[in-house]
Design a protein. Structure first.
Length: 318
């Protein structure tokens, strides 16, 4: 993630912190423990979830100067490796924990609960000069499938638009939860993907610059990255069999943007929650996540989803 991205997130969080402070005794404002907490909290995992967690952390630290929160981006899979090894207190994840990761945590005695923090409309982006506006799931699979040898947009089956331009594919690395989710939903099997694409690892901004600079560019990442760069990219609509639907907060929440709408999570460690600063941070996260999510381009939870998340966090710390 570029420095400019982090600065934008931090600036947004700082504005929010000032706004909440200005609210005084507003019934909806929350605090993170009155500034008397101390310690450090290490978080790692999804590069999609990281900007949201970083914004929460920045605001939390502003109110609790004795606590240092670090947010890494080794990918959802890489984050779970560290989490199940006891190296982190919280794992950011853009997909649910998988059976082998569950087993690793169980062997290490790491307890946790899955806590949903936002919703995402995983977005497929192309260069703005691309005349294509919508692709079916089958067409996306034809481009990204493990057996695909398509090299030009004119080879995409059933394409209505004439577009004679070389394909330039950009996508996340294999430790990414976004990679896992996209390949399972589009190609029918997690991890099944053509290998001759520009692997950007966890740096989604490389996808932004790559697609922006390539007439035939195509890539995918979380909705927040598209929203930040919508003047430089075009989001494709996706047709899963019921017509073309554009990614948006509304279509992600109402279930019409399928199959690429998905939940985003944090996984707090049960042992870590015994530490006052970690418990305070998770409480603060859920008390403020919806307002912060909107400020940094994420899709907030519904009231019902938020209540479920708070119950899960309470259960994890019990």
């Amino acid at each position: 993630m570029t420095i400019s991205k982090w600065l934008m997130v931090i600036a947004s969080a700082s504005v929010l912190a000032v706004g909440i402070a200005a609210c005084g005794d507003d019934d909806e404002s929350t605090t993170g423990g009155g500034g008397d907490l101390s310690g450090s909290i290490r978080i790692d995992g999804s590069s999609t979830v990281a900007p949201l967690t970083a914004a929460v952390a920045e605001q939390f630290e502003a109110e609790n100067s004795g606590v240092k929160v670090t947010v890494g981006t080794s990918g959802t899979g890489g984050g779970f490796e560290k989490f199940c090894a006891g190296e982190t207190a919280i794992s950011d994840a853009s997909r649910a924990i998988e059976p082998e990761e569950v087993e690793a945590c169980e062997k290490a005695g790491i307890g946790y609960e899955e806590v949903r923090v936002a919703t995402d409309a995983l977005t497929v982006v192309v260069n703005p000069d691309n005349p294509v506006n919508c692709l079916t799931v089958d067409q996306l699979s034809a481009i990204w499938g493990p057996d695909s040898d398509l090299s030009n947009w004119s080879q995409v089956p059933g394409l209505n638009e004439e577009f004679d331009e070389d394909l330039a594919l950009y996508g996340p690395g294999t430790d990414s939860g976004t990679f896992d989710y996209f390949t399972e939903e589009i190609n029918g099997e997690e991890g099944a993907s053509r290998k001759d694409y520009n692997n950007v690892g966890e740096n989604d901004n490389t996808t932004v610059t790559g697609v922006e600079g390539s007439p035939g560019g195509i890539g995918y990442f979380g909705y927040s990255f598209y929203e930040e760069n919508e003047e430089a990219l075009k989001a494709l609509e996706v047709d899963s069999g019921k017509g073309c639907v554009a990614p948006s907060p509304e279509t992600a929440q109402d279930g019409t943007y399928v199959p690429l709408s998905r939940p985003l999570f944090i996984y707090p460690s049960a042992d870590a929650l015994k530490q006052a600063e970690v418990q305070a941070f998770v409480d603060y996260y859920l008390d403020n996540v919806n307002s912060i999510a909107e400020a940094v381009g994420f899709i907030p939870l519904t009231e019902e989803q938020l209540a479920t998340s708070k119950d899960a966090a309470k259960k994890a710390g019990a």
